[in-house]
Design a binder for this molecule. Structure first.
Ligand SMILES: NC(=O)c1ccc[n+]([C@@H]2O[C@H](COP(=O)([O-])OP(=O)(O)OC[C@H]3O[C@@H](n4cnc5c(N)ncnc54)[C@H](OP(=O)(O)O)[C@@H]3O)[C@@H](O)[C@H]2O)c1
Length: 251
């Protein structure tokens, strides 16, 4: 039996895109990985190395997944955990159009998955993880659009600005605790995923920046999910992780 202390990572939205590549690379490093998404991807099981557990859950209704995460983290006590990391990656876009033209359910879904879920999951992670007395990190996947406003994506801009500011506040709180967690809200660059497909398939009549996203793809300026995940993990590995709670892989 392997009794070496394990690095434990939790990744939301690991069924595809950036989250899949992050989970894959953590597993290859030998981490124990828990993923949360609606449709777990069986291909992750082939990533080798670490132990994988995948939960099927809808983060638009995050209260129950947060309770379950609390209990899962609390149950790690005494199991030989070396470190604990939460990566809040899952997010979705509402229809790309002016705010007044978007269906309320569509807006609420994007807000819940992108901001309410990370808040509730981070709270549960911090509460249950404090007792373990191991290094803890929270990495929120933000976006340049949390820092630069863009017409046609008000809810996404609000979600990512909210993640950034939540990270600043939690960093202040955790700095006051013995063995407090470290937290960063990181813009991951532009990545060739389904989210980019949605952006360039949007209607330019209501989303003027559609042309920008189409050109990012045609000019080959998107990172592959693997390359972007490697940049995200390099941020997690930095000795000064959390010194500045706001980061961008491009700087
Ligand atoms: N792609 C880019 O250029 C870019 C740029 C800046 C920031 N980002 C950020 O990077 C992160 C990953 O984006 P991506 O491009 O990889 O997106 P993606 O390919 O669309 O993947 C989104 C992930 O989120 C999960 N998800 C969506 N709704 C969910 C729900 N209701 N409950 C649970 N999980 C849900 C999806 O899983 P299920 O569908 O199985 O639930 C999927 O695994 C996001 O935070 C995004 O905002 C991306």
């Amino acid at each position: 039996m392997n009794t070496a202390p394990s690095s434990v990572s939790i990744v939301t939205g690991a069924s595809r895109g950036l989250g899949f590549a992050i989970a894959q690379q953590l597993l290859a490093r030998g981490h124990r990985v828990l993923t949360l998404q609606r449709s777990p991807n069986p291909a992750l099981a082939d990533s080798g190395g670490g132990r994988l557990e995948q939960w099927s859950c809808d983060l638009a209704a995050p209260a129950e997944p947060a309770r379950a995460l609390h209990d899962w983290v609390a149950a790690l006590a005494g199991t030989g955990v070396a470190s604990l990391t939460l990566v809040n990656n899952a997010a979705g876009l509402a229809r790309l159009a002016p705010l007044g033209e978007i269906d309320a359910d569509d807006l609420a879904q994007a807000l819940r998955v992108g901001l309410e879920a990370p808040l509730l999951l981070t709270s549960a992670f911090l509460r249950a993880g404090a007792a373990l007395q191991v290094p803890r990190k929270v990495l929120n996947i933000s976006s340049g659009l949390g820092r630069r406003a863009m017409a046609g994506s008000a809810v996404y801009c609000a979600v990512k600005a909210g993640l950034d500011h939540m990270s600043r506040a939690v960093a202040l709180e955790e700095a006051q605790r013995p063995n407090g967690a470290r937290i960063v809200s990181l813009a991951p660059g532009v990545i060739d995923t389904d989210m980019q497909v949605q952006l360039r398939d949007a209607d330019p009549a209501v989303f003027a920046e559609q042309r920008l996203f189409a050109s990012l793809k045609s000019e080959g300026r998107l990172d592959s999910p693997d390359a972007a995940a490697a940049k995200v993990l390099a941020c997690l590995d930095r000795a000064d992780f959390g010194t500045d709670p706001i980061g961008d892989v491009r700087t």
